[in-house]
Design a binder for this molecule. Structure first.
Ligand code: F0G
Length: 437
Protein backbone atom coordinates (compact mmCIF):
# COMPACT_ATOMS: atom_id res chain seq x y z
CA UNK A 1 0.00 0.00 0.00
CA UNK A 2 1.33 3.51 -0.81
CA UNK A 3 2.11 5.56 2.30
CA UNK A 4 -0.63 8.00 3.36
CA UNK A 5 0.53 11.56 2.56
CA UNK A 6 0.79 13.82 5.60
CA UNK A 7 -1.79 16.50 5.02
CA UNK A 8 -2.42 19.04 7.78
CA UNK A 9 -5.01 21.66 8.60
CA UNK A 10 -2.93 24.63 9.71
CA UNK A 11 -4.23 27.77 11.43
CA UNK A 12 -3.30 30.83 9.39
CA UNK A 13 -3.29 33.00 12.55
CA UNK A 14 -1.37 30.95 15.17
CA UNK A 15 0.13 28.07 13.11
CA UNK A 16 -1.63 25.42 15.24
CA UNK A 17 -1.64 22.11 13.30
CA UNK A 18 -4.59 19.69 13.20
CA UNK A 19 -4.62 16.27 11.50
CA UNK A 20 -6.55 16.07 8.23
CA UNK A 21 -9.49 14.23 9.83
CA UNK A 22 -10.17 16.80 12.56
CA UNK A 23 -13.74 18.16 12.33
CA UNK A 24 -13.03 21.64 13.76
CA UNK A 25 -14.33 24.28 11.30
CA UNK A 26 -11.74 26.78 12.59
CA UNK A 27 -8.75 26.80 14.94
CA UNK A 28 -9.85 25.54 18.39
CA UNK A 29 -7.08 27.60 20.05
CA UNK A 30 -7.58 31.06 18.53
CA UNK A 31 -10.59 30.89 16.18
CA UNK A 32 -8.39 31.59 13.12
CA UNK A 33 -9.19 30.11 9.71
CA UNK A 34 -7.61 26.79 8.76
CA UNK A 35 -5.72 26.04 5.59
CA UNK A 36 -4.82 22.67 4.10
CA UNK A 37 -1.09 22.09 3.85
CA UNK A 38 0.01 19.56 1.24
CA UNK A 39 3.49 18.16 0.99
CA UNK A 40 5.08 19.14 -2.34
CA UNK A 41 4.20 16.45 -4.93
CA UNK A 42 6.69 13.63 -4.86
CA UNK A 43 7.28 13.59 -8.64
CA UNK A 44 8.54 15.80 -11.43
CA UNK A 45 6.37 18.57 -12.90
CA UNK A 46 6.29 16.74 -16.24
CA UNK A 47 5.00 13.56 -14.70
CA UNK A 48 2.41 15.46 -12.60
CA UNK A 49 1.15 17.36 -15.67
CA UNK A 50 1.10 14.15 -17.71
CA UNK A 51 -0.96 12.46 -15.00
CA UNK A 52 -3.49 15.32 -14.93
CA UNK A 53 -3.62 15.47 -18.74
CA UNK A 54 -4.18 11.72 -19.05
CA UNK A 55 -7.27 12.01 -16.87
CA UNK A 56 -8.89 14.55 -19.23
CA UNK A 57 -10.32 11.87 -21.48
CA UNK A 58 -13.17 11.27 -19.03
CA UNK A 59 -13.53 7.56 -19.62
CA UNK A 60 -15.11 5.63 -16.77
CA UNK A 61 -17.78 6.69 -14.30
CA UNK A 62 -17.91 8.76 -11.11
CA UNK A 63 -14.71 10.51 -10.01
CA UNK A 64 -12.96 9.53 -13.26
CA UNK A 65 -15.18 12.11 -15.01
CA UNK A 66 -14.62 14.87 -12.46
CA UNK A 67 -12.64 18.03 -13.18
CA UNK A 68 -12.00 18.25 -9.44
CA UNK A 69 -10.84 14.72 -8.63
CA UNK A 70 -8.57 14.79 -11.70
CA UNK A 71 -6.33 16.86 -9.43
CA UNK A 72 -6.83 14.65 -6.36
CA UNK A 73 -3.14 14.56 -5.40
CA UNK A 74 -3.11 18.32 -4.81
CA UNK A 75 -6.66 18.64 -3.50
CA UNK A 76 -7.47 15.76 -1.14
CA UNK A 77 -5.00 12.89 -1.57
CA UNK A 78 -6.47 10.85 1.28
CA UNK A 79 -10.08 10.76 0.07
CA UNK A 80 -10.71 7.16 -0.92
CA UNK A 81 -14.46 7.51 -1.67
CA UNK A 82 -15.24 10.88 -3.28
CA UNK A 83 -18.84 12.09 -3.15
CA UNK A 84 -19.00 13.30 -6.75
CA UNK A 85 -21.74 14.22 -9.21
CA UNK A 86 -19.25 14.52 -11.20
CA UNK A 87 -18.43 18.24 -11.50
CA UNK A 88 -15.94 20.57 -13.19
CA UNK A 89 -14.75 20.17 -16.78
CA UNK A 90 -16.31 23.52 -17.58
CA UNK A 91 -15.70 25.17 -20.95
CA UNK A 92 -13.36 28.04 -21.73
CA UNK A 93 -15.20 30.20 -24.25
CA UNK A 94 -14.21 32.90 -26.69
CA UNK A 95 -17.07 35.18 -27.79
CA UNK A 96 -16.35 38.14 -30.07
CA UNK A 97 -19.28 40.23 -28.82
CA UNK A 98 -18.15 39.94 -25.20
CA UNK A 99 -14.49 40.62 -26.08
CA UNK A 100 -15.53 43.71 -28.07
CA UNK A 101 -17.68 44.93 -25.17
CA UNK A 102 -14.84 44.51 -22.69
CA UNK A 103 -12.35 46.06 -25.14
CA UNK A 104 -10.03 43.10 -24.85
CA UNK A 105 -9.39 40.83 -27.82
CA UNK A 106 -7.83 38.08 -25.71
CA UNK A 107 -10.77 37.68 -23.34
CA UNK A 108 -11.87 34.15 -22.49
CA UNK A 109 -14.84 33.15 -20.32
CA UNK A 110 -14.56 30.17 -17.98
CA UNK A 111 -18.17 29.14 -17.45
CA UNK A 112 -18.52 27.69 -13.98
CA UNK A 113 -22.29 27.94 -14.34
CA UNK A 114 -21.96 24.70 -16.32
CA UNK A 115 -21.39 22.74 -13.12
CA UNK A 116 -24.13 20.27 -12.11
CA UNK A 117 -26.07 22.61 -9.80
CA UNK A 118 -25.25 25.65 -11.94
CA UNK A 119 -22.40 27.28 -10.04
CA UNK A 120 -18.73 26.93 -9.11
CA UNK A 121 -19.76 25.90 -5.59
CA UNK A 122 -19.98 22.26 -6.70
CA UNK A 123 -16.19 22.11 -6.96
CA UNK A 124 -15.78 22.99 -3.31
CA UNK A 125 -18.77 20.98 -2.19
CA UNK A 126 -17.63 17.66 -3.66
CA UNK A 127 -14.49 17.93 -1.52
CA UNK A 128 -16.27 19.36 1.55
CA UNK A 129 -18.99 16.71 1.60
CA UNK A 130 -16.44 13.95 0.90
CA UNK A 131 -14.59 15.14 4.01
CA UNK A 132 -17.86 15.30 6.00
CA UNK A 133 -18.53 11.68 5.12
CA UNK A 134 -14.94 10.67 5.84
CA UNK A 135 -15.07 12.02 9.38
CA UNK A 136 -18.55 10.55 9.96
CA UNK A 137 -20.46 13.76 10.65
CA UNK A 138 -24.18 13.45 11.47
CA UNK A 139 -25.25 16.53 9.47
CA UNK A 140 -23.85 19.41 7.42
CA UNK A 141 -24.77 23.10 7.41
CA UNK A 142 -24.11 26.40 5.66
CA UNK A 143 -25.27 30.00 5.40
CA UNK A 144 -25.77 31.14 1.85
CA UNK A 145 -26.82 33.74 -0.68
CA UNK A 146 -28.25 30.75 -2.57
CA UNK A 147 -25.63 28.93 -4.63
CA UNK A 148 -23.78 27.32 -1.73
CA UNK A 149 -27.09 26.13 -0.28
CA UNK A 150 -28.21 24.61 -3.60
CA UNK A 151 -24.87 22.87 -3.97
CA UNK A 152 -24.74 21.66 -0.37
CA UNK A 153 -28.30 20.35 -0.65
CA UNK A 154 -27.41 18.35 -3.76
CA UNK A 155 -24.14 16.87 -2.47
CA UNK A 156 -25.60 16.08 0.96
CA UNK A 157 -28.35 14.17 -0.86
CA UNK A 158 -25.71 12.29 -2.87
CA UNK A 159 -23.92 11.39 0.38
CA UNK A 160 -27.11 10.58 2.31
CA UNK A 161 -26.29 13.16 5.02
CA UNK A 162 -28.96 15.59 6.33
CA UNK A 163 -28.33 19.25 5.40
CA UNK A 164 -29.37 22.42 7.22
CA UNK A 165 -29.17 25.74 5.39
CA UNK A 166 -29.58 29.35 6.56
CA UNK A 167 -30.55 31.89 3.89
CA UNK A 168 -31.60 35.54 4.20
CA UNK A 169 -35.41 35.62 3.87
CA UNK A 170 -36.60 37.25 0.66
CA UNK A 171 -33.08 38.03 -0.54
CA UNK A 172 -32.01 35.01 -2.57
CA UNK A 173 -32.80 34.32 -6.21
CA UNK A 174 -35.75 32.09 -7.03
CA UNK A 175 -33.75 29.45 -8.92
CA UNK A 176 -31.43 28.94 -5.96
CA UNK A 177 -34.12 28.72 -3.28
CA UNK A 178 -36.21 26.27 -5.28
CA UNK A 179 -33.17 24.10 -6.05
CA UNK A 180 -32.28 23.95 -2.36
CA UNK A 181 -35.81 22.85 -1.50
CA UNK A 182 -35.92 20.35 -4.34
CA UNK A 183 -32.69 18.61 -3.27
CA UNK A 184 -34.18 18.23 0.19
CA UNK A 185 -32.18 20.45 2.57
CA UNK A 186 -33.88 21.69 5.75
CA UNK A 187 -34.13 25.36 4.81
CA UNK A 188 -34.30 28.21 7.31
CA UNK A 189 -35.38 31.61 5.98
CA UNK A 190 -33.61 33.91 8.41
CA UNK A 191 -34.95 37.42 9.04
CA UNK A 192 -31.59 39.10 8.48
CA UNK A 193 -28.90 39.45 5.85
CA UNK A 194 -26.21 36.95 4.74
CA UNK A 195 -23.77 38.22 7.35
CA UNK A 196 -26.33 37.50 10.11
CA UNK A 197 -26.93 34.02 8.62
CA UNK A 198 -23.20 33.27 8.71
CA UNK A 199 -22.88 34.31 12.37
CA UNK A 200 -25.90 32.14 13.23
CA UNK A 201 -24.70 29.05 11.37
CA UNK A 202 -21.25 29.32 12.96
CA UNK A 203 -22.83 29.39 16.44
CA UNK A 204 -25.30 26.63 15.60
CA UNK A 205 -22.78 24.25 14.10
CA UNK A 206 -20.47 24.69 17.09
CA UNK A 207 -23.26 24.07 19.62
CA UNK A 208 -24.98 21.26 17.75
CA UNK A 209 -21.91 19.48 16.40
CA UNK A 210 -22.95 19.93 12.77
CA UNK A 211 -20.13 20.08 10.20
CA UNK A 212 -19.87 23.59 8.76
CA UNK A 213 -19.51 23.80 4.99
CA UNK A 214 -19.22 27.50 4.28
CA UNK A 215 -16.10 28.59 2.44
CA UNK A 216 -14.34 29.16 5.76
CA UNK A 217 -14.08 25.35 5.66
CA UNK A 218 -10.60 24.69 4.24
CA UNK A 219 -11.68 21.66 2.17
CA UNK A 220 -14.13 23.79 0.19
CA UNK A 221 -11.25 25.95 -0.98
CA UNK A 222 -9.25 22.88 -2.01
CA UNK A 223 -12.02 22.00 -4.46
CA UNK A 224 -12.38 25.56 -5.71
CA UNK A 225 -8.65 25.67 -6.48
CA UNK A 226 -9.42 23.36 -9.39
CA UNK A 227 -11.15 26.18 -11.32
CA UNK A 228 -7.68 27.60 -11.62
CA UNK A 229 -5.83 24.33 -12.18
CA UNK A 230 -8.32 23.38 -14.89
CA UNK A 231 -8.12 26.70 -16.70
CA UNK A 232 -4.31 26.62 -16.58
CA UNK A 233 -4.43 23.10 -17.98
CA UNK A 234 -6.85 24.24 -20.74
CA UNK A 235 -4.25 26.90 -21.64
CA UNK A 236 -1.44 24.34 -21.78
CA UNK A 237 -0.12 25.58 -18.39
CA UNK A 238 0.70 28.93 -20.01
CA UNK A 239 -1.01 31.43 -17.67
CA UNK A 240 -2.96 34.45 -18.92
CA UNK A 241 -1.96 37.93 -17.79
CA UNK A 242 -5.17 38.39 -15.77
CA UNK A 243 -7.85 36.28 -14.11
CA UNK A 244 -11.01 38.18 -13.17
CA UNK A 245 -13.63 36.93 -10.71
CA UNK A 246 -16.59 38.31 -8.76
CA UNK A 247 -15.86 38.70 -5.04
CA UNK A 248 -18.28 38.43 -2.12
CA UNK A 249 -17.29 36.37 0.91
CA UNK A 250 -13.80 36.05 -0.68
CA UNK A 251 -13.67 32.25 -0.49
CA UNK A 252 -13.01 31.99 -4.19
CA UNK A 253 -10.44 34.79 -4.18
CA UNK A 254 -8.68 32.93 -1.36
CA UNK A 255 -8.86 29.62 -3.25
CA UNK A 256 -7.38 31.24 -6.38
CA UNK A 257 -4.55 32.73 -4.33
CA UNK A 258 -3.71 29.36 -2.82
CA UNK A 259 -3.90 27.61 -6.19
CA UNK A 260 -1.54 30.16 -7.74
CA UNK A 261 0.88 29.93 -4.84
CA UNK A 262 0.99 26.13 -5.07
CA UNK A 263 1.07 25.93 -8.88
CA UNK A 264 4.01 28.34 -8.87
CA UNK A 265 5.85 26.65 -5.98
CA UNK A 266 5.47 23.21 -7.56
CA UNK A 267 6.60 24.43 -10.99
CA UNK A 268 3.27 23.88 -12.77
CA UNK A 269 3.47 27.53 -13.92
CA UNK A 270 6.50 29.75 -14.34
CA UNK A 271 4.73 33.10 -14.17
CA UNK A 272 2.11 34.53 -11.81
CA UNK A 273 -1.08 35.89 -13.43
CA UNK A 274 -2.69 38.91 -11.76
CA UNK A 275 -6.02 38.48 -10.01
CA UNK A 276 -8.81 41.00 -10.53
CA UNK A 277 -11.44 40.67 -7.77
CA UNK A 278 -14.60 42.59 -8.66
CA UNK A 279 -17.23 43.71 -6.17
CA UNK A 280 -20.63 45.34 -6.61
CA UNK A 281 -20.51 49.00 -5.60
CA UNK A 282 -23.10 48.58 -2.83
CA UNK A 283 -21.25 45.56 -1.43
CA UNK A 284 -17.61 46.58 -1.70
CA UNK A 285 -15.89 46.48 1.70
CA UNK A 286 -12.90 44.65 0.17
CA UNK A 287 -12.55 47.37 -2.47
CA UNK A 288 -12.61 49.99 0.29
CA UNK A 289 -9.77 48.20 2.08
CA UNK A 290 -7.78 47.93 -1.17
CA UNK A 291 -7.88 51.74 -1.44
CA UNK A 292 -5.52 52.17 1.52
CA UNK A 293 -3.36 49.14 0.86
CA UNK A 294 -5.52 46.98 3.18
CA UNK A 295 -4.61 49.07 6.22
CA UNK A 296 -8.24 49.05 7.38
CA UNK A 297 -10.79 46.24 7.36
CA UNK A 298 -14.27 47.54 6.52
CA UNK A 299 -17.65 46.07 7.41
CA UNK A 300 -20.75 47.50 5.74
CA UNK A 301 -24.46 46.90 5.17
CA UNK A 302 -24.55 45.46 1.65
CA UNK A 303 -27.03 46.29 -1.12
CA UNK A 304 -26.86 45.15 -4.75
CA UNK A 305 -28.94 43.58 -7.50
CA UNK A 306 -26.28 40.81 -7.62
CA UNK A 307 -27.66 38.99 -4.57
CA UNK A 308 -24.98 36.27 -4.74
CA UNK A 309 -22.35 38.80 -3.66
CA UNK A 310 -24.52 40.91 -1.36
CA UNK A 311 -22.09 40.51 1.54
CA UNK A 312 -20.87 43.25 3.89
CA UNK A 313 -18.32 41.43 6.07
CA UNK A 314 -16.38 38.85 4.03
CA UNK A 315 -15.29 35.91 6.18
CA UNK A 316 -12.15 35.12 4.15
CA UNK A 317 -10.90 38.71 4.30
CA UNK A 318 -7.33 37.89 5.40
CA UNK A 319 -6.84 35.16 2.84
CA UNK A 320 -8.37 37.44 0.18
CA UNK A 321 -5.79 40.11 1.03
CA UNK A 322 -3.02 37.50 0.78
CA UNK A 323 -4.28 36.43 -2.68
CA UNK A 324 -4.31 39.99 -4.02
CA UNK A 325 -0.85 40.72 -2.59
CA UNK A 326 0.64 37.47 -3.89
CA UNK A 327 -0.55 38.06 -7.44
CA UNK A 328 0.00 41.83 -7.53
CA UNK A 329 -3.75 41.88 -8.01
CA UNK A 330 -6.38 44.59 -8.17
CA UNK A 331 -9.77 44.97 -6.48
CA UNK A 332 -12.35 46.87 -8.54
CA UNK A 333 -15.98 47.77 -8.00
CA UNK A 334 -18.74 48.16 -10.57
CA UNK A 335 -22.25 49.58 -10.35
CA UNK A 336 -25.43 47.52 -10.62
CA UNK A 337 -26.10 49.21 -13.97
CA UNK A 338 -22.68 48.07 -15.25
CA UNK A 339 -23.31 44.54 -13.95
CA UNK A 340 -26.68 44.27 -15.67
CA UNK A 341 -25.36 45.73 -18.92
CA UNK A 342 -22.41 43.30 -18.99
CA UNK A 343 -24.81 40.48 -18.19
CA UNK A 344 -27.10 41.49 -21.08
CA UNK A 345 -24.09 41.34 -23.45
CA UNK A 346 -22.98 37.92 -22.12
CA UNK A 347 -26.56 36.62 -22.30
CA UNK A 348 -27.17 37.94 -25.83
CA UNK A 349 -23.93 36.28 -26.98
CA UNK A 350 -25.74 33.01 -26.25
CA UNK A 351 -23.60 32.29 -23.18
CA UNK A 352 -25.72 33.52 -20.28
CA UNK A 353 -24.82 33.94 -16.62
CA UNK A 354 -26.33 35.19 -13.38
CA UNK A 355 -25.89 38.86 -12.36
CA UNK A 356 -22.94 38.42 -9.94
CA UNK A 357 -20.98 36.53 -12.61
CA UNK A 358 -21.15 39.45 -15.01
CA UNK A 359 -19.25 41.61 -12.50
CA UNK A 360 -16.06 39.92 -13.73
CA UNK A 361 -16.58 41.11 -17.33
CA UNK A 362 -17.76 44.55 -16.15
CA UNK A 363 -14.55 44.79 -14.11
CA UNK A 364 -12.37 43.86 -17.08
CA UNK A 365 -14.09 46.52 -19.19
CA UNK A 366 -13.44 49.13 -16.49
CA UNK A 367 -9.75 48.25 -16.19
CA UNK A 368 -9.23 48.17 -19.96
CA UNK A 369 -10.81 51.61 -20.24
CA UNK A 370 -8.57 52.96 -17.45
CA UNK A 371 -5.49 51.42 -19.12
CA UNK A 372 -4.61 48.98 -16.30
CA UNK A 373 -5.42 45.99 -18.52
CA UNK A 374 -4.04 46.28 -22.06
CA UNK A 375 -6.42 45.55 -24.94
CA UNK A 376 -4.03 42.82 -26.10
CA UNK A 377 -3.68 41.10 -22.68
CA UNK A 378 -4.87 37.53 -22.29
CA UNK A 379 -7.63 37.64 -19.71
CA UNK A 380 -9.84 34.89 -18.30
CA UNK A 381 -13.07 36.07 -16.69
CA UNK A 382 -14.85 33.56 -14.47
CA UNK A 383 -18.61 33.26 -14.96
CA UNK A 384 -19.60 31.83 -11.61
CA UNK A 385 -23.29 30.99 -12.06
CA UNK A 386 -25.87 29.91 -14.66
CA UNK A 387 -28.32 32.27 -16.38
CA UNK A 388 -31.34 30.38 -14.97
CA UNK A 389 -30.31 30.96 -11.35
CA UNK A 390 -31.99 34.37 -11.19
CA UNK A 391 -35.11 34.51 -13.37
CA UNK A 392 -36.39 37.46 -11.30
CA UNK A 393 -33.49 39.69 -12.39
CA UNK A 394 -34.05 38.67 -16.02
CA UNK A 395 -37.77 39.34 -15.88
CA UNK A 396 -37.19 42.75 -14.35
CA UNK A 397 -34.56 43.72 -16.92
CA UNK A 398 -36.31 42.50 -20.05
CA UNK A 399 -39.97 42.90 -19.17
CA UNK A 400 -40.49 45.47 -16.44
CA UNK A 401 -37.73 48.02 -15.95
CA UNK A 402 -38.58 51.64 -16.86
CA UNK A 403 -37.12 53.45 -18.69
CA UNK A 404 -36.44 50.43 -20.91
CA UNK A 405 -32.71 49.52 -20.80
CA UNK A 406 -30.98 49.76 -24.19
CA UNK A 407 -30.33 46.01 -24.31
CA UNK A 408 -33.72 44.86 -23.02
CA UNK A 409 -35.48 42.32 -25.25
CA UNK A 410 -39.15 43.12 -24.70
CA UNK A 411 -41.53 40.32 -25.75
CA UNK A 412 -44.53 41.35 -27.89
CA UNK A 413 -48.03 40.07 -27.19
CA UNK A 414 -50.07 39.54 -30.35
CA UNK A 415 -53.39 38.18 -31.59
CA UNK A 416 -53.17 34.68 -33.03
CA UNK A 417 -53.14 35.93 -36.65
CA UNK A 418 -50.59 35.91 -39.47
CA UNK A 419 -51.08 39.64 -40.07
CA UNK A 420 -50.10 40.36 -36.48
CA UNK A 421 -46.86 38.39 -37.00
CA UNK A 422 -46.20 40.31 -40.23
CA UNK A 423 -46.70 43.67 -38.49
CA UNK A 424 -44.15 42.76 -35.82
CA UNK A 425 -41.58 41.63 -38.41
CA UNK A 426 -42.13 44.81 -40.51
CA UNK A 427 -41.61 46.97 -37.43
CA UNK A 428 -38.44 45.05 -36.58
CA UNK A 429 -37.10 45.53 -40.13
CA UNK A 430 -37.88 49.25 -40.07
CA UNK A 431 -36.27 49.59 -36.66
CA UNK A 432 -33.14 47.80 -37.79
CA UNK A 433 -32.94 49.95 -40.98
CA UNK A 434 -33.22 53.09 -38.84
CA UNK A 435 -30.41 51.83 -36.58
CA UNK A 436 -28.14 51.13 -39.56
CA UNK A 437 -29.01 54.32 -41.53
N1 F0G B 1 -20.55 34.43 -7.85
C1 F0G B 1 -21.58 33.69 -7.44
C2 F0G B 1 -22.56 33.25 -8.46
C3 F0G B 1 -21.72 33.34 -6.08
O1 F0G B 1 -22.75 32.61 -5.70
C4 F0G B 1 -20.77 33.81 -5.15
C5 F0G B 1 -20.88 33.49 -3.73
C6 F0G B 1 -19.70 34.57 -5.63
C7 F0G B 1 -19.62 34.86 -6.98
C8 F0G B 1 -18.64 35.11 -4.74
O2 F0G B 1 -17.79 34.13 -4.26
O3 F0G B 1 -18.19 34.47 -1.82
O4 F0G B 1 -16.28 33.12 -2.65
O5 F0G B 1 -16.29 35.59 -2.92
N2 F0G B 1 -21.89 32.92 -3.22
C9 F0G B 1 -21.95 32.44 -1.82
C10 F0G B 1 -23.19 31.60 -1.62
C11 F0G B 1 -21.75 33.50 -0.82
O6 F0G B 1 -23.68 31.50 -0.49
O7 F0G B 1 -23.68 31.03 -2.57
P1 F0G B 1 -17.08 34.33 -2.83
Amino acid sequence: MPPTPRVWQVCAACANRLPDDDAAPQCPLCGGLLEIEHPAPNESVDSLRARFDARCCMTGVGAAQSGVWRFAEVVHPNASHPVTYPEGNTPLLSRDAVSAYAGCTGLLLKHEGMNPTGSFKDRGMTVGVTQAKRIGTRAVACASTGNTSASLASYAALAGIPALVFVPAGQIALGKLTQTLAYGARTLLVRGDFDACLTLVRESSERLGIYLLNSINPWRLEGQKTILFELLQQLGWDPPEWIALPAGNLGNTAAFGKALREAHAWGLIQRMPRLLAVQAEGASPFWQSFQDGFATRHRIKAETVATAIKIGDPASYDRGVAAIRLSNGVVARVTDVEILEAKAVIDAAGVGCEPASAASVAGVRQLVSSGVIRASDRVVAILTGHVLKDPGALQWYHQAQEPIPARANRPVEIDATLSAVERVLENDTRGSERRHA
